[in-house]
Design a protein around this ligand. Structure first.
Ligand SMILES: [Zn+2]
Ligand SMILES: [Zn+2]
Length: 420
């Protein structure tokens, strides 16, 4: 068997992992580099070369740093993602069609095959992949148990314990995965050990308190982060709050996918007021919203709409929940997003700011959770860290004394681990 980390061992994002046995080969994720990476991105020719003997590609979830190169994969290579994740991707690119040509991406999305939680898929009777649901800042994120040549690997993808379904993590690891030979695990938070990781439910409580005080609230957040949107939606529904949860038709169609694919009442988005651009100034709408107040999740490309709403709803000052990563407005030159800054400037002195104020939390496991996962899975041959900053290391953790950490290419028990 050969395990190759093509990308991800020394960077966050752009993840590409390859598992090979005899004549069978799979990839886990084929992510694009994050915008601030500075590295040259793979082109169609590179992806064709990389995937030429690949029997299947399995995507852990729909974030760009995990799926970003999917449209460059030749049609003959099967690509697997969950059904719900496929629908969210189709929904996103259908909405983006108004701004450019996304036909190639949409065609590739329509060809995706689907896996289901807990149902193994065999590749040439050599490699068995079983997906398990994990909590992340995305809808339908999975980790994969991979069985090859009598050995077991777990590829965690992006995961955390502090999201709404995160509490199930230890149980899933213990009862469905068990002990493994190799653990390919993310380490995003190794470089942010000091960051306070609050639970999604705390964000909901903080939003309830805010909505009791203020009538008009916008929330800049990811349009596909089911947990965060549930926190805001549930806060609006709280019986002591009763504010309108307002969104545009694109956001509504994403919420409808969440509602259709989940069973928990937490993720039933049934208290939604759709705002059309044409109805912002309508007297009925104004009467309702100025009387009852609202929270509206927004994106950076809705700047004009937000400005118009601020003009129409001006009897009380509006507040902004900034529910994204801080780097977008105060990171390095390459990390900063000018639209984020422009949007923030619409709310001078009226911003509830991300992790500082308890309105944002990481999509990734804190260091204690990373260690807990390692201790449950007891990777006999080693931990292979991915999705982490180059200067951070699992060697700095206590568990480095208990399990081998594989950071460079090694030959172990008939397995070649190649770390690029
Ligand atoms: Zn990621
Ligand atoms: Zn992710």
């Amino acid at each position: 068997m050969k395990i190759t980390i093509h990308r991800g061992a020394h960077q966050i994002g752009g993840c590409i992992t390859e598992i090979e046995s005899d004549n069978a080969k799979i990839l886990i994720d084929l992510g694009a580099n994050l915008p601030d990476s500075g590295a040259k991105e793979l082109n169609e020719e590179d992806v064709t070369e990389l995937t030429k003997d690949v029997d299947a590609i399995f995507y852990t979830h729909y974030h760009e740093d995990h799926v970003g190169l999917f449209h460059l994969v030749p049609e003959t290579v099967p690509q697997y993602i969950s059904k719900g994740a496929q629908e969210v991707m189709a929904c996103k690119y259908n909405a983006l069609k108004a701004y450019g040509d996304y036909n190639k991406k949409l065609a590739a999305i329509s060809r995706f095959r689907n896996y289901e939680a807990n149902v193994p898929i065999d590749i040439k009777s050599k490699i068995r992949v079983t997906p398990y649901y994990v909590s992340h800042s995305a809808f339908e994120a999975y980790m994969f148990k991979i069985e090859v040549e009598g050995k077991t690997l777990l590829h965690t993808g992006d995961f955390r314990k502090h999201g709404y379904i995160g509490g199930k993590l230890p149980d899933v690891l213990q009862h469905f995965v068990g002990n493994v030979d190799f653990l390919i695990i993310e380490g995003t938070m190794l470089g942010r050990k000091g960051e306070k990781v609050i639970r999604e439910n705390d964000i909901k409580q903080n939003t309830i308190a805010l909505l009791k005080k203020h009538k008009y609230v916008f929330a800049l957040c990811s349009s596909t982060d089911i947990d965060r949107l549930a926190s805001f939606h549930q806060a609006c529904k709280d019986e002591n709050v009763k504010r309108n949860f307002v969104c545009d038709t694109y956001q509504k169609s994403v919420l409808d996918i969440f509602t259709r694919y989940t069973e928990s009442s937490l993720f039933k988005f049934d208290h939604v007021f759709i705002m059309h651009k044409s109805s912002i100034a309508s007297l009925d709408v104004k009467a309702k919203l100025s009387n009852e107040g609202f929270l509206m999740p927004v994106r950076t490309n809705q700047l004009d709409l937000i400005k118009e709403m601020l003009e129409q709803y001006d009897d009380e000052p509006a507040y902004l929940i900034y529910s994204l990563w801080q780097g977008y407005y105060k990171g390095t030159e390459k990390q900063v997003n000018p639209q984020v800054i422009e949007l923030r400037e619409l709310f001078p002195g009226r911003i509830l700011d991300g992790v500082y104020d308890g309105f944002h939390t990481s999509g990734h496991a804190d260091v204690e959770t990373l260690e807990e996962a390692c201790r449950i899975l007891r990777p006999r041959l080693g931990i292979i860290p991915i999705h982490k900053e180059a200067l951070t290391s699992y060697q700095s953790l206590e568990i480095a004394k208990e399990f081998p950490i594989i950071e460079s290419s090694e030959q172990l028990d008939n397995v070649e681990a190649s770390i690029r």
